[in-house]
Design a protein around this ligand. Structure first.
Ligand code: GLN
Length: 472
């Protein structure tokens, strides 16, 4: 069976009996088995997927199937699916089973999606390489010596290798867009609060957002539309109407800004710069206005993100105490040693580093100098960004400063890895929707994502514009 790149093409074949959900599920199960070495899946739900396929095939026959009939999806291991395991790729949650499904998952199931398994990621979604997982690293399907990016590395690798048609990831500082760029697929982070976080394991609550990975803008838009919208279980989820996405809207000339310093940034691979410049020229030739603007706050983005996200993480992760969930140290003998040993043995090094850093920036002697300052910087960045969106429709940058790095690369200092996020964190700090499009290729043969960010809640406009770009 050939892989379908859009759900529409698949549903056409499903409706005329050329294929069935049952055949499709068997096809993906076989591919998952054949590509086990990628380590993309933590658990495969063969039995569930097969029985749902039978039910949905019957619905298709009776003309009662939902909008996602035939869509076989993988879900990142930090998004809850009732009665299934959920660990955020951490030992501390080993053996934990979800008591309920995330609202996003619920909405996909209501439209007859089939969930085929849960996907590997960096522990608690902290990382940019998917090497910080209790289950071991994920490999990039394009070159198994390279990282797939992170933290949603399993979600990206599974779609890129054709192990499922689409997947869900979470993006706190770039974890959907960066791995999408590293594996050559579409990755979309909607506005903060556009998709409910109910059932998403919290990392940094004021940044976290669920979003899709797919092989096309069409599937990206459809998954987004189905998952988006108010939810009584998440008070931070926006009450605003979700603007329907119309992909065949009029082609219009757009105003696009890019930060001068982005393309002059020392960390930027010259070939990535050349490809970004080539895309800018192409956009201009197509009638769009593309202008370089000053954004003096660029150098503060990564520090702001890492101060605030670790502060929030240190508070969110306090609940893993060896009592309520998952792992409890067998060596514990009283309350204090239960906390101490369970957390020491249950969390990996990167997660511990972030808890320590977050606790430090929140501590009374340092709160004003770090946490308070970073909050103020966040406000400045948001205000400046809102100003930019008064004049421009989108902000453009490459998704990442370079193509995927080797799995065995050793970083002498963890902040080296944090700088990976230089172009992606802006959208999380401001809560804006942002998408990585597989529009370019490096001369080393690897894909390069190009990122467009829109003003908050302008997803429909962003996706429509992305559609015109991709189809030209
Ligand atoms: N790479 C970033 C980090 O390590 C982003 C993570 C994410 O978006 N979940 O925090």
């Amino acid at each position: 069976m050939a892989d379908y790149s859009t759900l529409q093409a698949l549903q056409y074949d499903l409706s005329n009996g050329k294929t069935s959900c049952t055949q499709l599920v068997e096809h993906y199960l076989q591919k998952i088995e054949d590509h086990k070495d990628l380590n993309a899946f933590v658990e495969v739900y063969s039995h569930d997927a097969r029985s749902r396929a039978t039910v949905i095939d019957a619905k298709i026959k009776h003309g009662t199937a939902g909008r996602l009939a035939g869509m076989v999806i993988g879900v990142k291991d930090n998004i809850a699916y009732q009665d299934h395991g959920l660990t955020a790729a951490s030992k501390i949650l080993s053996g934990f089973t979800s008591l309920y499904s995330a609202t996003a998952v619920e909405r996909l199931l209501e439209e007859d999606a089939i969930i085929i398994g849960r996907l590997n990621c960096d522990e608690f979604a902290m990382g940019s390489s998917n090497r910080f997982s209790y289950y071991g690293p994920v490999k990039n399907p394009l070159d198994k010596n390279l990282v797939p990016g992170g933290s949603s590395g399993g979600s990206a690798a599974a779609v890129a290798a054709g192990l499922c048609m689409a997947s869900l990831g979470s993006d706190t500082g770039g974890s959907i867009r960066q791995p999408a760029s590293f594996t050559g697929i579409y990755g979309f982070k909607p506005s903060y609060g556009r998709i409910s976080r109910h059932g998403l394991i919290a990392f940094a609550s004021s940044f976290d957002q669920i979003g899709p990975f797919a092989n096309s803008i069409e599937d990206t838009a459809l998954l987004y539309e189905i998952m988006a919208g108010a939810d009584q279980y998440d008070n931070t989820c926006s009450q605003r109407e979700v603007t329907p996405v119309s992909l065949d809207g009029e082609k219009q000339a757009r105003k696009i800004a890019y930060f001068k310093d982005t393309l002059e940034n020392a960390s930027l691979d010259p070939e990535v710069r050349a490809q970004a410049v080539a895309l800018i020229e192409k956009l201009r030739a197509a009638g769009h206005t593309v202008e370089a603007i000053d954004f003096p706050l660029l150098e503060y983005l990564v520090p702001t993100y890492y101060i605030l996200s670790t502060a929030e993480a240190s508070s969110n992760l306090a609940r893993y105490d060896g009592i309520h969930f998952g792992y409890r140290s067998p060596n514990a003998h009283d309350l204090e040693s239960t906390y101490k040993l369970s957390r020491t043995e249950g969390f990996g090094t990167e997660v511990k580093r972030r808890i320590l850093l977050g606790t430090f920036v929140l501590s009374s002697g340092y709160y004003d100098a770090y946490y308070g300052k970073a909050q103020k910087t966040r406000r400045l960045v948001s205000d400046k960004t809102n100003e930019i969106f008064q004049d421009y429709d989108f902000i453009f940058s490459p998704t990442t400063p370079h193509t995927p790095f080797p799995l065995n690369q050793v970083e002498s200092d963890p902040t080296q890895m944090y700088l990976e996020d230089i172009f992606t964190v802006h959208a999380n700090i401001t809560g804006c929707p942002s998408i990585s499009l597989p529009l370019a290729q490096h001369k080393n043969g690897l894909p390069l994502g190009m990122q467009f960010t829109a003003a908050k809640y302008e997803e429909a406009d962003l996706l429509q514009f992305a559609h015109t770009l991709v189809n030209n």
